[in-house]
Design a protein around this ligand. Structure first.
Ligand code: TXA
Ligand code: MG
Length: 322
């Protein structure tokens, strides 16, 4: 049975949530990026329940969420001096950093890797949940594996009711795309997943940051360095196509008409990158609910948050561009 708490004036439920987490239970909570499905990140037994609830492949490592800087030294072997600038600037916030892991981090969290992903969320509810637990919280996005990450309360309730011990909802999340992931465990530092903290912002601080080439291209030869990026995530059941923004309105109408003629129910999305950040995942989920067969999304420039939008969009489209 799942207990559902809504964040309202009364916040006395945090004690109960902390208790559930300390007893190896699972708790869904909002963060500023997407909803997360959390468990005690120092307990293998607890973390295994996350994989079971999501149906997530065990080779995909999890992010440890912390509310206090002290945990950083306990979870890592080496925090490079040069990496501290990212922490000073972007924590708490939507930046996940990858470090060499310490011995207290269970193997299930890192999928056996020698590194660990750590992030300090800024969302007050996320912070209160982590603080109530008193331990780092391992948490992937709270969707069923293969579905778009949940950005609204109704998404987690639809996916996860009955599959976890507690769901805490607080309406829509602030951003709507998962955190930026930057690997600082070895040189050159590498962007593994773009997010609302942009590559341009990071490059200003460290001009030599590398870019995982699989972020915008499918490659049979190169595996993404973030194991999770190899899965066809973020996808609705409807077929997704990216429409090159170089097309004019008439050309786009032709593309849509071709599908309509084949009897398909077609949805066309033409939005600014900044709006897609908050709405792309909800658009995908709504497309299925509305029974669309095909979703066309007009591409955006891969600059600023557009890089993160195009990364998620191309994956959902399996890199099909018209
Ligand atoms: O915004 C977010 O990051 C959300 C909220 C809940 O915090 N969480 C999230 O977690 O998106 P998840 O598990 O859906 O995505 C984590 C990504 C995956 O692509 C995973 O492969 C990668 O981070 N990752 C985790 N640990 C890693 C490691 N040690 N090395 C490389 N990639 C890692
Ligand atoms: Mg995910």
């Amino acid at each position: 049975m799942t207990i559902h708490y809504r964040v309202t004036g009364d916040v006395s439920f945090y004690d109960a949530v902390g208790e559930v987490l300390r007893n190896d239970g699972t708790v869904i909570f909002p963060t500023e990026t997407v909803y997360g499905l959390g468990a005690n990140g120092l307990s293998s037994n607890a973390v295994k329940k996350i994989f079971a609830a999501k149906g997530r492949p065990a080779d995909n490592p999890l992010i440890l969420h912390i509310a206090a800087r002290e945990w950083l030294d306990r979870l890592t072997r080496d925090v490079p001096q040069r990496a501290m600038q990212f922490i000073e600037t972007f924590w708490p916030g939507p930046l996940t950093l990858i470090f060499k892991r310490s011995a207290i981090v269970p193997d299930v969290v890192t999928a056996g890797l020698d590194t660990v992903a750590i992030r300090m969320p800024s969302d007050p509810v996320a912070r209160a949940v982590i603080e109530a637990a008193g331990v780092p919280i391992a948490a992937p996005s709270a969707n069923l594996s293969g579905k778009p990450s949940p950005t609204r309360a109704e998404h987690v309730l639809a996916d996860m009711m009955g599959k976890v011990d507690v769901i805490v909802t607080d309406g829509d999340v602030e951003h709507g795309l998962e955190s930026t992931v930057l690997d600082v465990s070895k040189e050159p530092y590498t962007l593994l997943r773009p997010g609302t903290i942009t590559l341009e912002q990071l490059l200003k601080m460290a001009p030599d940051i590398a870019f995982d080439e699989t972020l915008l291209k499918k490659s049979k030869l190169v595996q993404p360095r973030a194991p999770g990026m190899k899965y066809r995530h973020y996808a609705p059941n409807a077929e997704v196509y990216v429409i090159d923004r170089a097309h004019d309105a008439l050309e786009i109408e032709k593309i849509l008409d071709a599908e309509r003629t084949r009897g398909k129910k077609v949805h066309y999305v033409d939005m600014a990158a900044e709006d897609l950040v908050g709405q792309l995942f909800a658009i995908f989920r709504n497309a299925d609910a509305a029974g669309y067969d095909v979703v066309f999304v007009k591409s955006v420039a891969t600059e600023g948050v557009g890089l993160a939008v195009m990364n998620r969009l191309l994956k959902a489209a399996d890199y099909k561009i018209l």
